[in-house]
Ligand binder design. Structure first.
Ligand code: NZQ
Ligand code: ZN
Length: 393
């Protein structure tokens, strides 16, 4: 069994009244001047931004605002945020939104405390010794950034999307009110559930078969998300099921479903090239790649794929044909993706055939010109990445 450290320091404040605590929480974690960071429209339209600003004001916490974060958040806005924080003497960043806003906030928080260029962290050329504290008011359960150590940023110069992970970046607190997710469009709801399920699947598909409790927890998360998503697509204001999904997104990515196993992340690395090049929704990109990845690697631990088919996808176990059972599990997952409006090929994702030249370019970026391998269940070299993109096209 793999030794592990489990570190999940984020204070989760969950429920319908959770937002009321925002000013007290900022003060509890040392904030005296806050950058309120948000996205395009949703937090403005819903009145959440106004409400949080009012609560900060009433709580005696000064703040400045910076909106405009787009999905697949851009480095240029983070640069603006760094400058603004320095000018205004900001010492705490409150992200109001989803993974993109939280990741942008983390990037700004690193940059304020760094002498050099913040992108160097993402390139692996620098290490931070400190960062501003970050916290969030989550509005879309998906990326799990509200408890994770990761941030993923797109540098418009070359459309390069890179992640950087450091425990410093785990948010101090995460306010989660499931009612705030009632306004999510069906596509974002489905892409979010796809992403959180994948965060657990990246850990579940492993060669380590000896941490049974982790496997049990992972299957419980996957099964619960798989049913809850249909309930909220049918009734977007189903508080009970929105709550399962909101908490599920955090549990799926706070490390709990990865304790004692080697995690994989190849599907994520392959997807980051898709959202980097075509600016597609991350969760949808994952759905477009995963079935091909699964078929390519399943023989590395066939019994895991059989277990997934039977325990998660409700496929009857044909003991005489484990490969057939495993394949039926992958097919059932494809049917699930289609049922919630997700693609299972790149063509469905981007609305046209991808060219061989584009596949070669994604492979070049993903393999960093052949210098990088990805994955753990099966370690993938550049030729494997290209083969999976070809299967997924
Ligand atoms: O910009 P607004 O108007 O707010 O609209 C957003 C956005 O268009 C909308 N939205 C959010 N809350 C809403 C809402 N619309 C209506 N009602 C609400 N309550 O949803 C859209 C998507 O938001 P975004 O933040 O991009 O979604 P998500 O949380 O899926 O984040 C995706 C980003 O996270 C990265 C992805 O690569 C991608 O860049 N990831 C970050 C991870 C991490 N930090 O740990 C791990 C993940 O694997 C992922 O890679
Ligand atoms: Zn993800």
């Amino acid at each position: 069994m793999k030794d592990f450290n489990y570190y999940a320091p984020t204070e989760v404040v969950f429920g319908q009244e959770s937002e009321e605590q925002v000013a007290a929480l900022v003060k509890k974690y040392g904030g005296t001047k806050v950058l309120v960071h948000y996205g395009g429209q949703s937090a403005v339209r819903s009145g959440l931004l106004d409400k949080l600003c009012r609560l900060l004001k009433e709580g005696g916490v000064p703040y400045v605002c910076l909106g405009g974060v787009v999905p697949n958040p851009r480095l240029s806005l983070a640069h603006q945020g760094i400058e603004l924080c320095r000018k205004e003497g900001v010492d705490f960043i409150l992200a109001v939104g989803g993974g993109s806003v939280i990741d942008s906030a983390k990037c700004i928080a690193y940059g304020v405390c760094l002498e050099g260029e913040v992108w160097d962290l993402y390139l692996g050329k620098a290490e931070p010794s400190a960062m501003l504290p970050v916290a969030c008011v989550l509005t879309i359960p998906a990326a799990g950034s509200e408890m994770s150590e990761a941030s993923v940023i797109t540098n418009e110069d070359g459309d390069v999307k890179l992640g950087y992970s450091n425990n410093l970046a785990r948010p101090k607190f995460a306010i989660m009110n499931p009612c705030r997710t009632f306004t999510l469009p069906p596509y974002q709801t489905a892409a979010g559930v796809t992403d959180m399920m994948m965060h657990t699947m990246e850990r579940y598909f492993t060669k380590d078969d000896d941490m049974d409790l982790t496997t049990d927890l992972a299957e419980a998360v996957l099964r619960r998300m798989k049913t809850a998503v249909f309930d909220v697509l049918k009734n977007p204001e189903d508080y009970r099921q929105r709550a399962q999904i909101m908490w599920g997104g955090s549990v799926a990515h706070n490390g709990l479903t990865g304790c004692g196993v080697h995690d994989d992340w190849a599907t994520h690395q392959l997807e980051h090239e898709l959202s980097g090049m075509f600016d597609v929704t991350h969760g949808a990109g994952l759905a477009a790649v995963w079935p091909s990845w699964a078929r390519y690697v399943m023989h590395e631990n066939l019994s895991r794929f059989v277990r997934f088919a039977v325990n998660v996808m409700d496929v009857p176990n044909d003991f005489s044909d484990p490969e057939g059972t495993a394949l039926k599990g992958i097919e059932a997952m494809e049917r699930f993706y289609h049922a919630i409006g997700m693609p299972t090929t790149i063509k469905e994702l981007i609305g046209r055939e991808i060219t061989d030249a584009e596949i070669k370019e994604m492979t070049r970026k993903c393999s960093q010109d052949g210098a990088r391998k990805i994955g753990a269940l099966k370690v993938l070299k550049a030729e494997d990445m290209e083969a999976i993109y070809q299967m997924a096209k």
